[in-house]
Ligand binder design. Structure first.
Ligand code: COA
Length: 642
């Protein structure tokens, strides 16, 4: 996802290892049996693109974002960097050597540079929210019943994970790397003072068998497997959840809010907190759990738009005045079940992109839609005890001294300002969806991306550097590449659309050419032939070798083209859900979408502190752009049929 990309471009490289199971191993030595079910053909390695190819593509992406004079300077710097005896050639050789000795030359660098070395807060800046289809709860029973079904649905999904039978994803005829699917349950990021680590407890010899439930800032451990290792059923889970709620009627000190802090600050506080034996044990139970479930109260400060309210709750929990203390943001999967019916999750991004998370949600929704509706009724009227004797949920205690209390107060202040700054507008665009775009023989994703470019141009009168995530899971341990969606063609298209002097045919021509340019870049990106990961590798190779960071990375062309004012991502889901996240830069927008047959769900974000950006204005410009493009395509299509 776009979230950490700007940060990594500023980052250095210090170490390239990931902690697992108390031992240290590199990401590229992950057991290959975790890749797929059965015995599939081995996936190819992520390529190291040819240096000249990358530099040519790079210059093309810089051009629309700089002046002619600036472009000439960038061109000169790139020429020097890329000549056969230049620094680029030496660094390129290092990447090619690394490729020979690793399964994926980028994997270990990436996990550190994109995540574990980033010291900003996870909240807003890194962890996305995923809003589930909207539901309404009238009573506590409704809420607990739904929470129990979410838990049961996840445990049902986990059977496929444990048995390694998760259906293999495909892109066209290519099978995709599945390793991310095996890393999202039982995983936790552990704060460090200068770098975090990540632990995959689910892959340890004695994997966790419990979840943690948060309510009123209290944390409880619930064992979710009964006799013979069978998962608890919905009725048993409701019983356990009710026990938690009854034992936590008043809010307690919000220790969880510490996980919203800047990572260095949290890293220090964590060390302090862990000194106490009771705290240490509680921390370990939270970190080890399969996943966390936060039972929240109603939305604080509702906006009047329930989709936006849900998104904000998933992204930041309504801050210190709301439920941010009722979270553990280091945990990979954290479900949120609100009192009135907002349901979703927030996830820590280090181990996976959105698609495996959306896939888990789709499974949960199928599970819920196919399960009987009367569990709560049964719980009330059935006098029999639950089927197996249940272990009472264990309260996880924290001893909070003066120093930690102060850290909590500091965390509240820092979060309050972040929460106050983020604004979002989420909506279902109902004008049309993928079906219409396909009927016009255009790529739906490229069409939406060009609508985003047009919306930006419409508001700002200039193009915005634009990040879209492309999956590189065709390759072993592949993660993402950036699609630089802003191109000379996208700018020409935006200008054409806004020019009343041009006729429909000219606009349609500009639209097709912008879409083709985007699709072409996207295809290169999914084939590991984009610009950004290669440049990152060259930069990190220089840093690792103790060399100066090449001038190319300090040049205005580089800085401007990587100041991603648009951070965007397609996360499709089978159900009416959408993902959302904060912008990547202070004067930017976040925009995540789930394109469906006849509609598109959008989650848009911006910062209040930027006088230039506003998510509601962006929504209007985006809807207008989509409809204008629709009309241009439709008119042109009709004309060609005459
Ligand atoms: N005419 C008709 N149909 C077309 C078309 C055309 N010209 N071009 C594409 N289509 C069809 C495709 O065949 C596809 O059909 P399907 O729905 O039957 O599969 C559909 O339209 C969608 O294709 P398109 O919109 O072009 O792209 P995509 O869905 O393949 O998405 C990416 C493109 C880049 C988003 C995708 O490859 C990717 O990498 N996704 C992962 C992103 C990610 O990781 N996000 C999470 C970050 S946290």
């Amino acid at each position: 996802m776009a979230l950490s990309a700007a940060f990594i471009l500023r980052q250095g490289l210090r170490c390239s290892r990931v902690v697992r199971s108390g031992s240290v191993f590199t990401t590229h030595t992950m057991p290959s049996r975790l890749l797929h079910q059965g015995d599939p053909p081995a996936l190819p390695q992520l390529p190291v693109p040819h240096l000249q190819d990358t530099l040519t593509k790079y210059l093309k992406t810089v051009k629309p974002l700089v002046t002619e004079e600036e472009y000439m300077v960038t061109e000169e710097i790139v020429k020097k960097f890329g000549n056969s005896t230049g620094i680029g050639a030496k660094l390129q050789q290092k990447l090619e050597e690394k490729k020979k000795t690793t399964d994926n030359w980028l994997a270990d660098w990436w996990i550190n540079a994109a995540y574990l070395d980033c010291r900003g807060p996870l909240v807003v800046w890194s962890s996305p929210g995923l809003v589930f289809p909207l539901v309404e709860f009238k009573t506590l029973d409704d809420q607990l019943n739904y929470a129990a079904k979410v838990i049961a649905g996840t445990l049902d999904y986990k059977i496929m994970v444990d048995e390694k039978t998760v259906p293999v994803d495909r892109m066209g005829k290519d099978i995709l790397d599945m390793s991310q699917y095996f890393k999202i349950l039982g995983t936790c990021r552990i704060p460090g003072v200068t770098r975090d680590t990540i632990r995959f407890y689910g892959q340890e010899p004695d994997p966790p068998k419990h979840i943690v439930v948060a309510h009123n800032n209290h944390f409880f451990k619930i064992d979710v497997y009964g006799k013979h290792g069978k998962p608890l059923n919905v009725r048993q889970l409701v019983h356990q959840l009710r026990n938690v709620v009854e034992r936590s009627t008043h809010p307690t000190v919000p220790v969880g809010i510490l996980t919203t802090q800047n990572r260095n600050v949290w890293g220090k506080a964590y060390k302090m907190l862990r000194k106490d034996k009771v705290n240490k044990a509680s921390l370990e139970e939270i970190q080890r759990c399969i996943f966390l479930v936060a039972l929240d109260g109603p939305v604080v400060n509702p906006t009047g738009n329930v989709m936006t309210d849900a998104a904000l709750k998933c992204v930041h929990g309504n801050g210190p005045q709301g439920y941010a203390g009722n979270r553990w943001y280091d945990k990979t999967i954290q479900f949120i079940i609100g009192k009135k019916g907002i349901v979703g999750l927030t996830y820590e991004h280090t181990p996976a992109e959105g698609p495996p998370i959306a896939n888990l949600m789709d499974h949960i929704m199928d599970y819920i839609n196919n399960s009987p509706k009367d569990n709560v009724q049964a719980e009330h009227t059935d006098p029999r005890p639950p089927a197996v004797e249940l272990t009472r949920p264990q309260r996880l205690m924290f001893n909070v001294g003066q120093e930690v209390k102060q850290e909590i107060e500091d965390a509240k202040i820092a979060l309050e300002s972040l929460v106050g700054d983020l604004e979002m507008t989420c909506f279902k665009f109902t004008g049309f969806g993928k079906n219409f775009i396909k009927s016009q023989k255009m790529s739906p994703d490229s069409f939406i991306q060009m609508a985003i470019q047009l919306a930006f141009y419409r508001i700002h009168g200039e193009p915005g550097a634009h990040y879209e995530s492309a999956s590189t899971r065709k390759f072993v341990y592949g993660r993402t590449e950036t699609i630089r969606s802003c191109s000379e063609e996208s700018v020409a298209f935006a200008k054409a659309m806004l020019n009343p002097e041009l006729n429909n045919a000219e606009k349609a021509q500009a639209l097709r050419s912008a879409i083709d340019a985007h699709k072409n870049y996207a295809q290169n990106a999914v084939n590991g032939l984009g610009v950004d990961r290669h440049l990152l590798g060259l930069k990190l190779a220089a840093i690792e070798a103790g060399m100066d960071v090449p001038k190319l990375f300090m040049d205005v062309g580089y800085l401007r083209s990587s100041h991603m004012r648009l951070s965007t991502s397609q996360v499709p889901a089978r159900c009416e859900a959408f993902m959302c996240f904060g912008p990547l830069v202070p004067d930017g927008y976040g925009c995540c979408y789930n394109p469906r047959g006849d509609a598109v769900f959008f989650g848009i974000s911006a910062f209040n502190s930027s006088p230039e950006t506003d998510s509601a204005t962006f929504r209007s410009a985006l809807e207008q752009s989509l409809m204008d493009m629709h009309d241009v395509a439709l008119k042109e299509g009709l004309k060609s049929k005459l």
